[in-house]
Ligand binder design. Structure first.
Ligand code: CU
Ligand code: CU
Length: 629
C-alpha cells in the first residue's frame, strides 16, 4: 500500500466537508438538510477572502435587508438568524430599522416574526371600514383572520377579493402534487432526464371553481429541495410551500377567487426557481367561472362539446441552452407531435373550448389553427377579458387564453400549431379532425397532463432510446459528446451555467490546466444553494490519490486545476449533485498539433506515406538501372 502524501491528506480534509454537505442535501430528511446546510453555506460563502470582495459585500447587504422581513420558507430563517448573530458579534454593524425605534408605529417590519410571520396591524385609519355589499358577505371562516378590516374592504370592492384565508378555513377542494427528479419519454425516441411532477411533464391538470377554498399540498419525494409557486392564488404562498426539503410535505390553503388559466411550477427559492422550471416542473391550474360566463356558451345554450386543456412548453439538452432559450424540443402536453400521433376527432359544428397556456419557459407562442377563426378569446382565461375574432393568440411564457370556436361543417384535418414555425417544426403541432361519422362522447375533456409511464415501460424506452437529453447531467445528445483539446491547449475553460457544466465532457492531454468559471448570476442565498457552485471529483484514476475539488464559486469566480494523470474523472457540483461533468485525460497517439486529426495521421497515414516513398524510390532506382543496361 502506498503512503499518503501530506498534500493528499490535506486534499481529503478539504474535500470531506464539501462531500458531507452534498450528502446531507441529497440523503437526509428535510429540516436537518435545509437548516444545517444553509448555515454551513452562509459561513462558506460570506466569510473568508470573499467577505472583503464586492460579492461578499453584496451578499451581506442582502442578508441585512432580509433580516426582519416575513420571508420564512423562501429564505431560511435559521440562516438569517445566524447572520444576525454574526453581525451582533462583530459589534455595531447591526442596522437600526425604523420599526425598532419607539416613536415609529410598528409596521410590517416591526411585528412579531417569531412563528409563521407578521401579526402586527397597521393603524385602522389606513384601511377604510366599509360594509360588504349585499351578495358578497365576508364568509364566516374569515372571523378572527389577521388584517380583518382589509379583508372586509376587499370583499366590498367590485373587483374580486384576495385569496387570503385563515389556514384552518374549511376546504372545498384538496389537491396534491409530488415533485421529484426523474426520467420520462417525450416521443420521437427521446428520453428526458430532469425534474418531474407526479412522474410526468407537465404535471396534473388541476380544475377548481371560482370561490373554492383550495388546500394545495406539495409532496417532495425527491433527493433535493423543491417547492411550489401557484399563480392562481392572489396571496402569499411561498411562505407555506416555497421551500420543501427532501421527503417533506407542506401545504397552503387559499381561495381561488379570480377565474383564469394559470400555471403552477416548482419554486424552491432563488436561482433554483428558474432552474426547476427549465428542468420541467410545471402544470396547468384552471379556475372555472360560474357556468354560462363565456359568450359562446351563452349563445349556444350548452357546455362545450370538447374542452381541450393545451399546454405548450419546451425542453433543453444543456443548462447553457436553457438559460439562452435555445430549445431542442417544443411540444403540447408533454410529447412531441402528440396530437399528430393521436389526432383529436370532432364532429361538424362542435363547440370547442381550448384552455391554452404557454409555459415556455423561454419561447413565445403564437397559437393558430389552420382553417379556424376564433369566435371569442379571453385574455388569461378571464370571462371579462373577451375579444371577438382573430387567427392567433400571442402568449409569452406563463401567458394564457381561453379560446372558443365551432368546427366548420367541412370534414378534414385542421392543424393546430404555434405559428412561430421553428417551434412547430420541433414538436408543437397537432391535428383537430372533423369527421361527420365519428361517435364522440358528449362534453369530452382532454387534459394537459403529460404522458405517464410505468417503471417497466420507462426501462424499455431507455433501452432503445435514440437519444437521452438532460440539461444538468450527461445524456447522449451531441452537446454531451467530449470536446477534444490537443496538447497545444495548455488551459481549457469550463463554464458553470444554468446549473450545469459547459462543455459537460472535455478530453485533454496530461499537464493541461482546466479552469471552471461560474457564469450563473443569481447567487443570493435563498433555496437549494442558489447559483453558487463547485466542481468536485467523485471518481478518478487509481494513480491520482488527490482528485480535485474547487471551492464554492459565486458569480464570475474561477478556480483551476492541472490534470497530470491519464484516465477519467467524473465530477459533480456538491450542493447540486445532479450537475455532472467529466474530464478525460489522454495522451494523444502522435503529438502533432491538430488534435484527433494529428492522432490519426500519426497512427496510419504517415507510416503509409513513408512506405510509398521507399517503394517509389526503389522502383525509380530499378528503372534507372534497367535503362542504363
Ligand atoms: Cu423542483
Ligand atoms: Cu451547483
Amino acid at each position: 500500500m502506498k503512503m499518503k502524501t501530506p498534500a493528499s491528506i490535506l486534499n481529503i480534509l478539504l474535500r470531506g466537508p464539501l462531500l458531507a454537505a452534498g450528502a446531507l442535501i441529497a440523503f437526509t430528511p428535510a429540516a436537518l438538510a435545509c437548516d444545517a446546510c444553509n448555515l454551513n453555506f452562509a459561513d462558506d460563502v460570506i466569510s473568508g477572502q470573499r467577505a472583503e470582495t464586492s460579492t461578499g459585500r453584496d451578499l451581506r447587504r442582502a442578508m441585512e435587508n432580509q433580516r426582519n422581513l416575513p420571508i420564512e420558507g423562501f429564505s431560511n430563517r435559521a440562516l438569517v438568524d445566524a447572520q444576525n448573530a454574526k453581525l451582533d458579534e462583530a459589534g455595531g454593524a447591526r442596522p437600526v430599522l425604523a420599526s425598532e425605534s419607539a416613536e415609529t408605529p410598528r409596521g410590517v417590519a416591526g411585528g412579531d416574526t417569531s412563528d409563521t410571520g407578521i401579526k402586527a396591524v397597521r393603524p385602522v385609519s389606513a384601511a377604510p371600514r366599509v360594509r360588504p355589499p349585499e351578495g358578497r358577505p365576508l364568509p364566516d371562516f374569515m372571523e378572527g383572520a389577521d388584517f380583518i378590516e382589509i379583508l372586509e374592504r376587499d370583499y366590498a370592492l367590485p373587483t374580486r377579493p384576495y385569496s387570503t384565508v385563515p389556514q384552518d378555513a374549511p376546504v372545498d377542494h384538496k389537491v396534491s402534487i409530488r415533485l421529484h427528479e426523474g426520467k420520462t419519454y417525450i416521443g420521437n425516441g427521446v428520453v428526458y432526464d430532469g425534474f418531474l411532477v407526479d412522474g410526468k411533464i407537465p404535471g396534473p391538470t388541476i380544475i377548481v371553481d371560482e370561490g373554492d377554498v383550495v388546500e394545495f399540498e406539495v409532496v417532495n419525494s425527491g433527493n433535493i429541495p423543491h417547492g411550489a409557486s401557484i399563480h392562481s392564488a392572489y396571496t402569499q404562498t411561498s411562505k407555506y410551500v416555497g421551500s420543501i426539503g427532501p421527503r417533506e410535505t407542506k401545504s397552503v390553503v387559499f381561495r381561488a377567487m379570480t377565474p383564469g388559466v394559470y400555471m403552477y411550477h416548482c419554486a424552491p427559492g432563488g436561482h433554483a426557481i428558474p432552474m426547476h422550471v427549465l428542468g420541467g416542473q410545471y402544470g396547468m391550474m384552471v379556475v372555472r367561472p360560474a357556468p354560462g360566463s363565456f359568450q359562446l356558451e351563452k349563445e349556444l345554450g350548452h357546455e362545450p362539446d370538447l374542452e381541450l386543456f393545451l399546454l405548450q412548453h419546451e425542453l433543453y439538452a444543456s443548462g447553457k441552452q436553457a438559460i439562452e432559450g435555445d430549445a431542442d424540443y417544443t411540444m403540447f402536453n408533454g410529447r412531441l407531435f402528440r396530437y399528430v400521433e393521436e389526432p383529436i376527432v370532432t364532429r361538424p359544428g362542435d363547440y370547442v373550448r381550448i384552455n391554452f397556456l404557454n409555459v415556455g419557459p423561454n419561447l413565445l407562442s403564437t397559437f393558430h389553427i389552420v382553417g379556424i377563426i376564433w369566435d371569442y378569446i379571453y385574455w388569461q382565461g378571464h370571462p371579462e377579458g373577451m375579444l371577438p375574432g382573430g387567427q392567433t393568440v400571442t402568449a409569452g411564457p406563463s401567458d394564457s387564453f381561453v379560446i372558443e370556436f365551432r368546427m366548420p361543417p367541412d370534414e378534414g384535418a385542421y392543424t393546430m400549431l404555434t405559428h412561430a414555425v421553428g417551434s412547430a417544426s420541433r414538436g408543437a403541432i397537432g391535428l383537430l379532425v372533423v369527421d361527420g361519422s365519428a361517435e364522440t362522447e358528449p362534453h369530452r375533456k382532454i387534459l394537459a397532463d403529460g404522458p405517464d409511464f410505468s417503471e417497466a415501460e420507462m426501462r424499455g424506452y431507455l433501452f432503445d432510446a435514440a437519444r437521452v437529453i438532460s440539461p444538468f447531467g450527461i445524456g447522449t445528445h451531441p452537446v454531451d459528446r467530449p470536446v477534444v483539446f490537443g496538447p497545444e491547449s495548455d488551459e481549457v475553460h469550463v463554464s458553470i451555467i444554468g446549473n450545469a457544466f459547459y462543455p459537460k465532457v472535455v478530453q485533454i492531454a496530461p499537464g493541461t490546466k482546466v479552469t471552471w468559471t461560474n457564469e450563473d448570476a443569481f447567487t443570493y442565498l435563498a433555496g437549494e444553494y442558489s447559483g453558487i457552485h463547485n466542481a468536485a471529483a467523485i471518481s478518478q484514476p487509481e494513480e491520482d490519490e488527490e482528485g480535485f475539488a474547487t471551492p464554492l464559486l459565486a458569480h464570475a469566480e474561477s478556480y483551476s486545476h492541472v490534470f497530470e494523470f491519464e484516465g477519467e474523472y467524473d465530477y459533480i457540483c456538491t450542493p447540486h449533485p445532479y450537475m455532472k461533468g467529466r474530464i478525460i485525460v489522454k495522451e494523444p497517439d502522435y503529438t502533432l498539433s491538430g488534435g484527433v486529426a494529428a492522432t490519426r495521421l500519426g497512427g496510419w497515414v504517415l507510416p503509409l506515406l513513408g512506405l510509398c516513398l521507399v517503394l517509389s524510390t526503389a522502383a525509380f532506382a530499378f528503372r534507372r538501372t534497367k535503362g542504363a543496361e
